[in-house]
Structure formats: C-alpha cells, structure tokens
Design a protein around this ligand. Structure first.
Ligand SMILES: Nc1ncnc2c1ncn2[C@@H]1O[C@H](COP(=O)(O)OP(=O)(O)O)[C@@H](O)[C@H]1O
Ligand SMILES: N[C@@H](CCC(=O)OP(=O)(O)O)C(=O)O
Length: 360
C-alpha cells in the first residue's frame, strides 16, 4: 500500500443515517473528527458526501402521490442546506473551514467547466479549506445524473490527481456473496489483473443509496487503473480512517497501476461525456497502437459524427465499430470535416490528449 498524501473520501447516505433513516449526527461528528485528524497530519482531503435527500426527507413530509423525481429535488435542495450547515459547524469546532461544491455530469464533460472546477478545488486545498462535493440534485435528473456519488468521487479523485480514494459505506468492503450470509468472505485485495468480481454482487443497496456495490466496484477498478489506490471500508465503524491509515482494519483494497498523466485521467472518464465520434481506418489504428508515440491525423479518419468544439472529448472507433479510445479535439467539427482524408494536416487528436482503451 502506498502512503496517503491527497485523498478523496466519499461518505454514502447510509453512513450518515440511522437504521430508521434519520440523520446520524453522532456518526457525522465522529467522521469529521477523523477527517480533521487527517488534515492535521498534512493529508489533503476532498470530501464527497451524499445525504442531502436523507436530510431533507426527515424535515419535510411530502404527499405519497407526488412525482418521485420532484420529491427527490425538493428533499435534496432543502436537505443540502442542512447537510452543509452541519458540516460547517462540526468542522468549525475543529477550527477548519469547508466549501460547498455542487456539480453535474456536464461539468466534467466540458473542459472549461472542468478546469474551472479543478482550479477552484485546488485553490481551496491550498488555503487549507475542505471542499465538500455533492451532486447538484436539483438540476441533475435523468441523463444529466451521475450513476451515483461513487462515480462523482472517482471523477473528483482523477480531477485533483489524488493518490487515494476512500469509499465509506455500511459494509466492510466487497464480499464473495451477500455481506449478511455467513459463508461470504471479505475480498481483501483486488490485484491489478484480478478475476471478475461483479458476479459476487447483488442488486441490494441501502434505502437512500443509488448505485449499490456494483458502481463501487466499477469506479474502484477505473480509479486503480489510473494509478489511484482505493479502499472500500465501513464508515459505520469507529476510527475507520485512522485504522485505514494504520492498515489495521477490514477493507477491500484495490492495487493501483502506474499513475497516468492528469489529462489522460480526465479523458479516461470520458466514455459517457464525448461530444463527437471519429471513425478511423486500419492504418491509423495500427499507428495509434504502435510502440512509437503517434497523434491521430486527418488522413486516417474515415468519418466524423456529431458536432463538437475545440477541446471537446471525442470517441475513437474503428471501421468494425470497436471502441478504441478517447481524445480531445484539436479543432471544431466543421474544420475536421474539411480535413478528413487529407495529407499534411495538423493532428485532430494530439498524443498528449489521447487515451486508448486496450493495447493490442
Ligand atoms: N458482494 C457484496 N459485498 C458487499 N456489499 C454488497 C454486495 N452485494 C451487494 N451489496 C450491498 O451494497 C450495499 C452498499 O451499496 P450502497 O447502498 O449503494 O451504499 P452507499 O449508500 O454507501 O453508496 C451494501 O449495504 C450491501 O447490501
Ligand atoms: N446526491 C444524493 C446522493 C445520491 C447517492 O449517490 O447516494 P449514495 O449511493 O448513498 O452515495 C444525496 O445527497 O442525497
């Protein structure tokens, strides 16, 4: 395990609520105290906290029949105030300040939004302020939604170049079956090329949770692939963060691969955020996978789909429809269409902004 210098800690709804669904303020206080200790040790912490819906639900009762999306919006928008106020006062007791950052998927899609957000978070960290991130549930409905806050936490860890991601939930990690079943065993380490674990995971999730354990697994694998070590651990357990630091507790640990350059990390998460698609020929495909570093040139492009601006994410596919990778557009779709198939043109995707899925 690597040392922890900068980490994203994600707290799931069920960690912050009691069995009856009420906010668990004692737990919240304990976790704030633990995070403050990390801070004192010089570890940079970005907190991704769920709980807005759960906090809102306890304050406001709504008619059964009301549209469920609207219910969630009402609870989240009212509950977020409660949630952040509580964090503010609990951190203030420890002489620490917090900032609230509410985001949607679109903010990770648009490079400008992304860089503005990144600069703000890094600025807050440089001033010793703890960013508390949550999804903007008022705006983020249907296709604008993250799968859940595990995805948001994983994106945030890549954004700030964190070395560690901690996903705190209500179980000790990923088990080989239902965590309540006596035969189920905790998977302690997920090695870089370990077997597929998805089959162990059932669809159950906590009453306020969204993605369940499967998103945690997928996001952990993605983060580890980018060079970020991941711990899935039990946020209901006392001293969990201290014990993770001391490596003296139960958790599922994902071994990180060699760290990727930060632009490539942004791109790696782009498979749902791309604005256009570039279909390339066999020659271009071979060049991209060659040992020699290569950018994608218009001569290797067969067609371009979608409208995009300079800086948007593009997906690259081959003629058979296989997805090859992602890259950042060097120029807008209009210019790209004019250059298709031409020699001696500037790359449409520069190597520094290219992320390939699999090496052949
Ligand atoms: N194989 C498994 N190992 C551990 N937990 C599992 C597994 N399969 C399903 N789960 C469920 O996943 C839940 C955690 O996911 P979720 O409710 O989304 O948490 P959170 O609100 O913390 O994001 C656990 O409470 C557990 O019931
Ligand atoms: N943004 C929502 C959290 C949604 C979510 O992903 O919850 P969870 O699966 O418990 O992390 C809220 O604050 O209630």
């Amino acid at each position: 395990m690597n040392s922890i210098n900068c980490c994203v800690i994600k707290i799931g709804s069920n960690v912050l609520t009691t069995k009856e669904g009420k906010p668990d303020l004692e737990r919240m206080n304990h976790l704030v105290s633990e995070i403050s200790n990390f801070h004192k040790k010089g570890i940079k912490v970005i907190l991704v906290s769920s709980g807005a819906v759960a906090f809102g639900r306890k304050e406001i009762s709504l008619p059964e029949k009301l549209n469920p999306v609207l219910k969630k919006q009402i609870w989240a928008s009212t509950g977020q105030i409660e949630l952040i106020n509580k964090y503010k006062s609990l951190f203030e007791e420890r002489k620490l300040q917090v900032a609230q950052i509410l985001v949607t998927k679109e903010d990770f899609r648009d490079r400008k939004h992304f860089l503005n957000m990144k600069n703000c978070v890094l600025g807050l960290l440089s001033q010793g302020i703890i960013p508390v991130i949550n999804e903007n549930d008022t705006v983020a409905i249907t296709e604008l939604m993250f799968t859940d806050n595990d995805e948001l936490a994983s994106l945030s860890a890549a954004m700030v170049d964190a070395d560690t991601l901690v996903l705190l939930t209500n179980v000790n990690g990923i088990y080989t079956g239902s965590p309540d079943h006596p035969d189920s065993e905790l998977i302690r380490v997920v090695a870089q090329d370990s077997e597929e674990l998805a089959s162990y995971i059932s669809a159950t999730k906590s009453s306020f949770g969204r993605g369940g354990m499967l998103t945690k697994l997928n996001m952990s694998k993605k983060s580890a692939d980018l060079g970020i070590q991941v711990f899935i651990a039990n946020g209901k357990q006392d001293n969990i963060l201290t014990n993770i630091l001391a490596k003296d507790t139960d958790f599922t640990y994902f071994e990180p691969k060699k760290a990727k350059q930060s632009t490539k990390k942004w791109l790696a998460h782009g498979d749902q955020y791309f604005k256009g698609e570039v279909i390339i020929n066999q020659g271009a495909k071979s060049a991209l996978f060659d040992q020699k570093i290569s950018s994608l040139l218009p001569i290797g492009v067969i067609t371009i789909e979608g409208e995009f601006k300079k800086g948007d994410i593009l997906r690259i596919s081959d003629e058979q429809g296989n997805r090859i990778g992602l890259g950042r557009a060097e120029y807008p779709s209009k210019t790209a269409l004019e250059k298709i198939g031409q020699k001696n043109q500037k790359p449409i995707i520069h190597y520094d902004y290219l992320y390939l899925f699999h090496h052949e």
